[in-house]
Design a protein around this ligand. Sequence first.
Ligand SMILES: Cc1cc2nc3c(=O)[nH]c(=O)nc-3n(C[C@H](O)[C@H](O)[C@H](O)COP(=O)(O)OP(=O)(O)OC[C@H]3O[C@@H](n4cnc5c(N)ncnc54)[C@H](O)[C@@H]3O)c2cc1C
Length: 393
Amino acid sequence: MTEHESPPDRAFRAEVRDWLRTELAGGFAHARGLGGPGREHEAFEERLAWERHMAAAGWTCVGWPEEYGGRGATVEQQVIFNEEYALADAPARVNHIGENLLGPTLIAFGTDAQRARFLPPIVAAEELWCQGYSEPDAGSDLANVQTRAELDGGEWVITGQKVWTSLAVESDWCFAVCRTEPGSSRHQGLSYLLVPMRQDGVDIRPIVQLTGTSEFNEVFFDGARTDASNIVGAPGDGWKVAMATLGFERGVATLGQQVGFRREFEGVAELARRTGAIDDPLLRDRLTRSYMGLEIMRLNAVRTMAGVAAGAPGPESSISKLVWGTWHRELGELAMDVLGAAGLVMDGEPYDLNDWQRLFLFSRADTIYAGSNEIQRNIIAERVLGLPREARG
Ligand SMILES: Cc1cc2nc3c(=O)[nH]c(=O)nc-3n(C[C@H](O)[C@H](O)[C@H](O)COP(=O)(O)OP(=O)(O)OC[C@H]3O[C@@H](n4cnc5c(N)ncnc54)[C@H](O)[C@@H]3O)c2cc1C
């Protein structure tokens, strides 16, 4: 990859690589490889300490403009950063929701006062964020949000239930989509509120996932309060802001995941060689197809990057989401088939999963979160291919 890079990008890669390699060989050597899908709670405090260490050296929020504490890195450099991060086997990030979702949203839609209040603690990894969108009856159909918020003096008072809220237990703040105009429906009358999580009116209940861990949670707001100024965009105009956040979610950070995918693929191929499964013509064929999928994703990533460079990622980013989600889920299935009967047995009591079992179980979620496969297909059909819109109930 480096041969096509400009001299400044090559220098940037070298700088990132040197820093990561040095720090992860030194005081943070123990943190290498910690965390990740299905292991979200692993060494959370150590990973938070690592993130703060990165912050002190200026390696968080690298893509943000310098005036907000970032490095103003170009899209190419952000991809380089994410690639090197994965190659260095650095610990899974703990504040990616603040850095990749809320931060860019505040930069685009927030007030100066909101940016001054909320961006520095994200850069410093001092305040962690979660995303309060989904509800029991509002997932793919997000416009059906029922959580209410009303002004009481100088504060919003929030009542309702969110669900599948990743990292809510660890978070200090939540950006929540709430219905602020009584009697409104669908996309109208929603607002984008910033709500402190550590208060009496917030009850967080972790949900145990297939992996045995609890990355996501139910969140109950029962008279939770936030200052009237903690609204992004105009009251009732939160849908636009919420959609912009989803656009950022499919942005550059997902491109770095390609390196992780490649390593996982190589691990499965190595496993197949070791167990002899590679001699099975059907498994061999699936391994080959998986490899081709990796190459297709690489090309797709370049296309998505071109969209990011031109502004926010367009609906074409749904193609990347659909392709990588499906590819990764199938890699998990392939890993289990390569393991054969051994894949059905836990490594230890009571529920000690090995890496391949964890990959298989967690990757079931890949085709659901950040927009399910069916929803991506609808977006591609309607907004990329221009096919007739799906009938609305
Ligand atoms: C690991 C993980 C982490 C998550 N983290 C968060 C988070 O931090 N914050 C947050 O707010 N949410 C989070 N979510 C929730 C996620 O956004 C939703 O699960 C997702 O939007 C789907 O909504 P749902 O689960 O309600 O399913 P539903 O919307 O009920 O969908 C059920 C099924 O019906 C299909 N379907 C629905 N509508 C249509 C349609 N119009 N056409 C065709 N098929 C359709 C779906 O594709 C799916 O297969 C997370 C989910 C997962 C799995």
